[in-house]
Design a protein around this ligand. Structure first.
Ligand code: WT7
Length: 631
């Protein structure tokens, strides 16, 4: 990839070998086709999948922003992930290769995965779970999380996966909001050589969740745990019952029927339940994974995210199975027991595509090149990144040390809400380190100022999406008003991403970061409101404000300002206690880097904390317009 051609700045052009192998060679032609006929483009993509009954219309925008896709179509995403492969050679192809942190290995062919999903779906039905019921899944990165999600979808139940790194308050809030009837969990999971005690957290959370009737527990770590008679059941015992035997018919769903909800942090208040549906989500995820990572039959795809986030939903669970691909999944930490664990796994399993986050790259980069250089990484042909902007140094390290200057890096910008990649290259698109390049086929993005006018080239503004797409969120579950307000009100008719960005002279997009009260810590999305409410739940804290400040590995780190109640005095010990308190209640990922005790917080006259001012002060930058600051 030499630097030649007509684009500005530092550009990496795909090699002839990459172009020769790519399924899609002419990006411009397909982009033009999709631009001119959005519905036609998506109809063609949808036709590559199987439908019980074909749709009557591709897009219904008569009730904007409540868009509907593939209206009248009957489908089930699981039919396309599993059932349809059973009558092809893929039946005996590996769907999943899984490695546990302690080194145990399990593999599932499409046949085996289909069989186990059938069994577990039978169990769920026997336990009274019906179409439309919510089921919370709180599990480590083990094959059963995939099986549980697919089993729910197969029978039309709505899964709500809560990331296993969250703690009791986060879990409890999400169970309660979704009114789940069941929780599927494990005794624990392995992370950094230690057991994460998931079942204990579930027990704590369920003290305040009356909607939950039963709990299914996968035995993973094997330590002694409490099982509540009449409520808790072992997974391995249930799937051996006669009722688990035999075929479980895949529920025929309407294209617009709910598939899952996934909670994500937004501006103020509690996390939002983002709702995705069977039809459009399926088509969007299938098409993006096909074009962007160009997965073919001989690939071994590794999306190193957790199934508990949208990245895992779309590109560990559903996307690869829709494509009939072989996926790799690893339970534990990248640095356990040594910082070459990932590189050793790539070598051993012949991984061809690795998709991860900038924070992981930066973290592994710190250990130096000798760790990856000890391994043969020549199986790799494509790399990917997601979750936050990637700094050019990390991009170049990834490109040179891991990809050996052969593997294009797909920097995919998207969100829980978008369900699928939105701004992304494909392997044939010239790359610029740190840019996600251009919108995916059929999409158009813009960068606007406060008034809604496009900003000039090179200037920062609000990133918006201009056209509907099939995997778009349908609503915030249980709160349609908030859906409209949050995403479609600032600029009526346009989808507000919450990110700021700029565009360069070649039309390439550069994401700068969140402009709302969301903090991206190691790529994880956290809300200032959640962190603050965890802090004020401690008896010492009267008021709290959380902000994100730049961090070398994590991208952003949480800094919290606390105002203490009368009778409490600031101390190092109290700061540490508060950090632990947040970790215990919300999750270790939300633990503040630093806690500062203050005697006042900058607020607007209406009492809103001005986090912008706190950030500016911490960074030694101008504090900007203070006209609304309370005296
Ligand atoms: C936010 C969405 C969707 C996958 C994981 C994150 C940031 C995501 C990129 C990227 C720059 C990115 C944005 C976005 N983000 N990908 N390639 N470059 N920023 O999903 O947790 O819903 O977070 O992640 O700020 O708004 P999420």
């Amino acid at each position: 990839m030499a630097q030649q051609g007509s684009l500005h700045g530092e550009v990496y052009y795909p090699s002839p070998e990459v172009i020769a192998r790519a399924r899609l060679k002419d990006w411009d032609a397909l982009a033009k086709r999709a631009q001119e006929d959005l519905e036609g483009f998506w109809a063609e993509e949808a036709s590559e999948l199987e439908w019980y009954q074909k749709w009557e219309r591709v897009l219904d925008d008569s009730q904007k922003p409540f868009y509907k896709w593939f209206i009248g179509g009957k489908v089930n995403i699981v039919h396309n992930c599993l059932d349809r492969h059973q009558t092809t050679y893929r039946k005996n192809k590996l769907a999943l290769i899984w490695v546990g942190e302690p080194g145990d290995v399990r593999t599932y062919s499409y046949f085996a995965l289909h069989r186990e999903v059938n069994q577990f779906a039978n169990v769920l039905k026997a336990m009274g779970i019906r179409k439309g019921d919510r089921v919370t899944i709180y599990m480590p990165r083990i094959p059963e999380i995939v099986i549980a999600m697919l089993a729910c979808a197969k029978i039309g139940a709505i899964h709500s996966v809560v990331y296993g790194g969250f703690s009791v308050d986060a879990l409890q809030g999400r169970i309660e909001d979704s009114q789940s009837r069941m929780v599927i969990t494990a005794d624990g999971g392995w992370m950094n050589g230690k057991i994460v005690e998931l079942k204990k957290t579930v027990d704590e959370a369920l003290k305040r969740c009356p909607s939950v009737e039963s709990v299914i527990v996968v035995k993973r770590t094997g330590q002694e745990i409490r099982m509540e008679p009449g409520r808790d059941y072992w997974y391995h015992e249930l799937i051996k019952l006669p009722v688990a035997n035999g075929h479980c018919p895949t529920e025929v769903m309407d294209a617009e029927d709910p598939l899952f909800i996934l909670y994500t942090s937004g501006t103020t208040g509690k996390p939002k339940a983002i709702l995705h549906v069977h039809g459009g989500y399926m088509v969007g995820v299938y098409s993006t994974l096909k074009y962007v990572f160009d997965i073919q039959d001989d690939d071994r795809w590794w999306c190193a995210a957790d199934p508990g986030w949208i990245t895992g939903h779309s590109y560990i669970v559903y996307g690869p199975l829709l494509l009939g691909a072989t996926s790799f999944m690893y339970e534990g930490a990248p640095t356990y027991p040594y910082p070459d664990r990932w590189w050793a796994l790539i070598e051993k399993y012949g991984i061809t595509i690795l998709y991860t986050a900038p924070t992981a790259i930066r973290g592994l980069m710190r250990f130096g090149e000798s760790w990856p250089n000890r391994h043969d990484l020549s199986s790799l042909r494509l790399l990917g990144t997601v979750g936050e902007p990637i700094n050019p140094e990390a991009w170049k390290w990834y490109y040179r040390v891991i990809g050996k200057e052969r593997c294009p890096i797909m920097d995919t910008w998207w969100q829980t809400e978008t369900g699928m990649f939105m701004i992304t290259p494909t392997p044939v698109v010239p790359l610029k380190p740190g840019s996600g390049t251009r919108p995916f086929f059929g999409q158009e993005a813009d960068i606007l100022d406060e008034q809604g006018n496009p900003v000039p080239v090179g200037e920062e503004g609000y990133l918006v999406l201009k056209r509907p797409w099939p995997a778009m969120l349908r609503t915030i579950y249980g709160d349609p008003e908030r859906y409209v307000k949050q995403y479609w009100s600032k600029y009526p008719g346009l989808y507000m991403t919450g990110d700021s960005a700029r565009r360069d002279e070649d039309g390439y997009f550069w994401i700068i970061g969140r402009v709302d009260d969301v903090i991206k810590v190691s790529g994880y999305r956290l809300g200032t409101a959640e962190i603050e409410s965890a802090l004020v739940s401690h008896p010492a804290v009267a008021e709290a404000a959380a902000i994100g400040l730049p961090h070398e590995v994590k991208g952003n780190a949480i800094h919290a300002y606390c105002l203490l109640r009368a009778g409490y005095t600031p101390s190092e010990a109290l700061a540490e206690e508060l950090r632990q308190h947040v970790a215990q209640h919300l999750g270790p990922i939300a633990k503040p880097e630093k806690i500062e005790f203050v005697t006042s917080l900058p607020k607007t006259r209406s009492g809103k904390i001005m986090r912008r001012v706190l950030r500016a002060r911490a960074l030694g930058m101008p504090e900007g317009d203070l006209s609304t600051l309370e005296e």
